[in-house]
Design a protein around this ligand. Sequence first.
Ligand code: DGL
Length: 258
Amino acid sequence: MKGPLKIGLMDSGMGGLSVLKEILKYEADLEVVYFGDLKNSPYGEKKVSAVLDLTRDVCNRLIREEVEAILLACNTATSAAAETLRKEFSIPIFGMEPAIKPAILQNPGKRVALLATPVTQKEEKLQKLKKELNADDLLLPISCPGLAGFVDRGDFAGAEEYLQPILRDLREEGVEIAVLGCTHYVFLKDIFLKNIPDLKLYDGNSGTIKHLLNSLGKSATSSDFAGSEKTKYKLLLNSEEDFHFRLADLLLNSEEGV
Ligand code: DGL
């Protein structure tokens, strides 16, 4: 009998764990292998060609684990590599998309801040989506070089300090909606809400996982708790630092923020 479907998740580091948490809310017949490329993180300020090469290497590593599909649980890797890798690999390659579509459509006429890495902000994938939504006037792109690194180091006080001027500007400009366009930033939700309690936050995690499960033909019920009995996962982090493994456990078992 065929066992659970084995899928690979990859990210530059800890960010994709926020996506893994979303999968674990479902009772789906899956086995997940997660690879965090901490040795090379962050990806968001690298050249696009370098992000493509690193993402390809990680996908090859996951294929050695015999995964049958891969989710690039990283907006930066998706922007830089998804299209190319879909042509190169014979298994399905899924990716992330910053949730600007629901944010704009559900809040007509309102300004929407988009926080993402420099690579995600400048790549064609986002430009196409903006065009499709005719969203240029409403969208306030905020590039956050280095912000993901605070999450990989578990430095949440540093992340809050980094975000202070950005949050002040959002408050002053009366922006009420923000899209977290990097999977790392999902772990910073509490910081956003502590500073702007009414801020409406969007991220692409739940939409992506619904799409992934549908596409793979995995009927799934949301069990509404992290760590469903059925979905097994294995964490691979190319780090020699013990604290990275402790941090990964902490992030996986935390509520939305830390
Ligand atoms: N987690 C990533 C993203 O969704 C990448 C952050 C980085 O490595 O700079 O964009």
